[in-house]
Design a protein around this ligand. Structure first.
Ligand code: PMP
Length: 462
């Protein structure tokens, strides 16, 4: 094909995209003006290639989910084998199949504590909505139908279904929904002392504990937290926080749900985020890394004792299930994906390369006066952009500084994720867990080059 014909074909695709495709979480105006920002055609390892033949480092594992990297033939093969044998059957009316049985057994062996039972969904939002319905249903069966309230954290991201949006503590997502589901409340994040009962904390009233007291614990069904907040800007809880939330939930007899949609499957240097701290939730929502994004799958894992109580109390049918709950092909891919994570030691690599990532972030912070608040855990990290990091002086929102920084990296063939939340401009970084030291160094060389160019362009600091 001549270059001219190729360009015409690309232009046609862009026009069709603009005309017929409403993109998720995108600027609609930008899309109508410029068409799609990228059309990707291929992925291999930590790299993605677009239709123009340009190759990029995928510095955020796409949506924090391609943990085993792109282009894994083993996963394609697992899907093919399962599809040829039995592509799909449902799991309603207790119908079953081997991939879902094996995956459930496998997950039980991996999950913290006695989280030994799984219910399947097609992704994170559905998992969280399922968890909310499960705990509300539980309390109703238990004779406490008023226990419907769910407490989440400000800055939390739990997804975009109505329930998950209502739990999400990001005003932009909530505003889009216009009307939210009832009985969701957001508390101030990381008020460890307040959660332990210290009323001298100025945020005591807004803490989870303060919120429970205000609502009346007899009305609260559950608390949901991400072990590390992701989409809200990569916020790692202080030591003792998650254990304090666990203790608080125990004190009031409220369920603790963790949203491990990003953290699960090695992202934070341990198999699950919870493994970094010493606690076991009552329900744990997972998705993303369970299949490394090769196919849609999510799950809610729960304690065996929770399931046993549900069994005892449910006299009629368990009226909750998705057409694709326990999809055989998705389960087969998940099993193979977990096998890869284990065989290739990717959790250990996440921990080891996480130290390299930390070094890279420290270098950026030391070298560029407009970069600060660097943080990471395993291969989940980020840094913030300031007019002057030392004084905390911030950029004007109109500067779109996080987006400009990400664009400067993109121009240098590295994909990072800009996050803006309440005057903070964060750049998130979360490469696939297969990343090597050389690849990590290359990634930071690009970031440093982009940062140097921005510093010059904006006339900042040194
Ligand atoms: N919870 C968390 C912590 C997430 O990061 C996400 C997705 N970014 C979700 C839930 C929603 O998952 P999904 O997009 O698969 O519905």
């Amino acid at each position: 094909m001549s270059t001219q014909d190729k360009n015409a074909a690309i232009e046609e695709l862009k026009q069709l995209d603009r005309k017929h495709y409403l993109h998720p979480t995108s600027s609609l105006k930008q899309h109508q003006k410029d068409g799609p920002a990228q059309i990707f055609v291929e992925g291999k390892g930590i790299y993605l290639t677009n239709i123009n033949g340009e190759t990029f480092i995928d510095g955020v594992s796409t949506l924090w989910n391609v943990n085993v990297g792109h282009g894994r033939e083993e996963l394609a093969e697992a899907a093919k084998q399962q599809m040829m044998k039995l592509a799909y059957t449902h799991s309603f009316h207790t119908y079953s199949h081997e991939p879902v049985i094996r995956l459930s057994q496998k997950l039980a062996s991996m999950a913290p504590g006695d989280l030994n039972v799984s219910f399947y969904t097609s992704g994170g939002s559905e998992s969280n909505d399922t968890a909310f319905k499960l705990v509300r249903n539980y309390w109703k069966l238990k004779g406490q139908p008023n226990r419907t309230k769910i407490i989440s954290l400000e800055r939390a991201y739990h997804g975009v279904t109505v329930g998950a949006t209502s739990a999400t503590g990001l005003p932009t997502f909530q505003a889009f929904a216009n009307a939210l589901a009832p009985d969701f409340y957001q508390a101030k994040p990381f008020r460890t002392n307040a959660e332990l009962g210290d009323k001298s904390d100025p945020d005591y009233e807004g803490s989870i504990r303060g919120t429970i007291e205000k609502l009346g614990s007899e009305n609260v069904a559950a608390v949901i937290v991400e072990p590390v907040q992701g989409t809200g800007g990569v916020h790692i809880p202080p030591a003792g926080y998650l254990q304090a939330v666990r203790a608080l939930c125990d004190e009031f007899g409220i369920f603790m749900i963790t949203d491990e949609v990003i953290c699960g499957f090695g992202r934070t240097g341990t198999m699950f985020g919870a493994d970094n701290w010493d606690f076991v939730p009552d329900l744990m929502c997972i998705a993303k890394g369970i299949t490394s994004g090769y196919i849609q799958l999510g799950a809610v894992m729960m304690k065996e004792s929770f399931r046993d109580e549900l069994v005892e109390m449910t006299s009629d049918i368990f009226f909750h299930g998705f057409t694709y709950s326990g999809h055989p092909t998705a389960c087969a891919v998940a099993l193979r994906n977990i096998e890869i994570i284990e065989q290739e030691g990717l959790v250990a690599n996440s921990l080891e390369m996480g130290k390299e990532l930390e070094k890279g972030l420290a270098y950026l912070e030391q070298t560029f006066p407009f970069i600060g608040k660097a943080r990471s855990i395993g291969l989940m990290g980020g840094f913030e952009l300031f007019k002057d990091a030392a004084s905390g002086d911030k950029f004007e929102p109109s500067m779109r500084i996080a987006h400009r920084f990400a664009q400067a990296c993109l121009d240098r063939k590295l994909i990072l994720r800009p996050i803006v939340y309440e005057g903070s401009y964060v750049v998130a970084i979360a490469p696939p867990l297969i990343i090597t030291k050389q690849e990590n160094d290359k990634m930071f060389d690009i970031i440093a080059d982009a940062a140097a160019a921005m510093q010059k362009e904006l006339g900042l600091g040194k």
